[in-house]
Design a protein around this ligand. Sequence first.
Ligand code: SF4
Length: 697
Amino acid sequence: MTMPTQTPTHCPYCALQCGMNLVPNTAGRLTVQPRREFPTNKGGLCQKGWTATDLLGHPDRLTTPLVRGTKGGDLRPATWDEALDRVTAGIQAAQAVYGRDSVGIFGGGGLTNEKAYWLGKFARVALRTPHIDYNGRFCMASEGAASVKAFGVDRGLPFPLEDIPGAEAILLVGGNPAETMPPIMQYFERQRENGGALIVADPRRTATAAQATLHLQLTPGTDSALANGLLHVAAADGLLDLDFIAARTSGWDSVRRVINSFWPDRVERITGVPTAQIIKAAHLLGEAGTAMALTARGAGQQSKGVNNTLAIINLMLALGKVGKPHCGYGCITGQGNGQGGREHGQKADQLPGYRKIDNPAHRAYVAGVWGVPEESLPGPGRSAYELLDSLGQDGGVRALLVMASNVAVSAPRALHVQQRLRSLDFLCVSDIFLSETARMADVVLPIAQWAEEDGTMTNLEGRVIRRRQATPRPEDVWTDAEIVTALAARLGAGQFFPTSEPSVIFDELRRASAGGVADYAGITYARIDSEQGVFWPCPSETHAGTPRLFQEKFAHEGGRAKFHAVHHLPAAEEPDDEFPLYLTTGRVMAQYQSGTQTRRVADLNKLAPEAFVEMHPSLAARLGIADAGLVRLTTRRGEMCVPAKLSPHIRWDTLFVPFHWAGMACANNLTNPALDPVSKMPEFKVCAVRVEKIAPD
Ligand code: SF4
């Protein structure tokens, strides 16, 4: 196979999907070169992007299928035929005994649109199970659900990144892009150079908060109280845009009544943010000609994540700062294709194009594209954590296929999830490395990587972009689409899966999404190439795509945005005598998600070799804990042992742990699986914890 001398493509990691060129060096190894003409990152990359090609020839790479001879035995190499036969037998055995719904699929937010679409169709048409969900549920489900409630549509940013520098004020809640997504900071830097104000709400003085005009160091879990307090001040001080409220929204009266009781000193008592800062932030936002609110996982990954987001959206709607240039509410998506992954059917309640699986008209349309009777499609399935919690249980999933996800590390209450995985009748994992989840599998399937296949991704702006093959894949490695197609044939549904060619799958996806909220009908590979990506919705090939939503109307019937009254409630688990502190989790710059990939990149490991717990020096002194001293963290779910990292930049009552490591360094041993009732997002970001010094032997 002859490969081009330079391949324009995108980083395999986060939702910024930085453009890069892959160029072979004299030894034939691919190297990363900046792609300066790409409009999102303009040549900027973080260390993860610069080192991404290290994954391609990595010695840990899986290059042949593995099967486990007997339960408890070792994994051994196998042929593809043997491995796929085992998977087929595992599926059929479970369905024969327990019924169709006993098979589940857990997908990933890193899968291309084509693979996410093929996997969703496979679940509904070949397996006919309702139980498919993905780790993107753990990413921005709360923000997505809130956006649907408020605006009628869920797209991470409803405007391009290029709008950020023109915002006179920005409120960023629960996000630290200076560490997690560094190239995006060029937009915030330009915003500040233009004289704009950046307000960051975060329990830690992060690298992002350190650059802010104003840092609101709130107590974990109090985001909705803070947002209600800001709106209370804006209303009391005459900062609302009453014309906008009257012309473009509905439901304001119910919000107005609720925010009446969020006077600043009460909000200070709840959030810990001083009254003067609350008033200042409200005035910065309310007096600005243009303003935005952005949220990330800090606000969304809570059992009240939807309400947190709605309270922030209420604020922006009441200020009249939505649906206008350089204004709006947006979510900074985390995973590479967290956005596209849920648009096309990987989520338990959705069909392609953001159609709803419980809507008869939507079902009929998609069934027509797929050539199956509408009544053969299953209904909604369990959400991600609910699915994992059902594994091996009566009425639950007995055979599970996992693609591109490491749930043994990334799910909340990870020790419990590992027990559930062990109780399965059958587990198949496809991955590029032997992840902690793959180690537990009966069958492991080696798959192609980001630079070894074609496909599309949808970045945090809703811009559909192309990932291109730059190098051949190892001989005995398949793509996920090839695996799905081969399994469908073995299960007697081959006629519905006639190809594994990404461009052909994409054309079917375009038809399946046509007329839906996330309409890709007019997006072609050729257009993506010539236009540096195309923004959805794009209903025809002559349509320009939609970089900015809501300019004239919102997506609800009648065209108005909806206010939703938010009553602030405490976190599902508040500190008490036994567990007296707050725990929050997050990412560090040099690692990504469960670390399956980045923990194997030497340069990244040098920068971030191990987990730690960040704590305030005053708390450490009270407990006799020294910097770098080993401590044990305990919650009602489990414990972890890590060195302490003392920092004055975190609240004294809060501990922070990054979640990229496994075993006794796994942050999700501790996290709370309490779910948001609407989005089913687990409460990753706040729970009660105890910390103790581990005495040296
Ligand atoms: Fe990759 Fe995200 Fe870093 Fe860009 S910011 S190089 S997409 S990890």
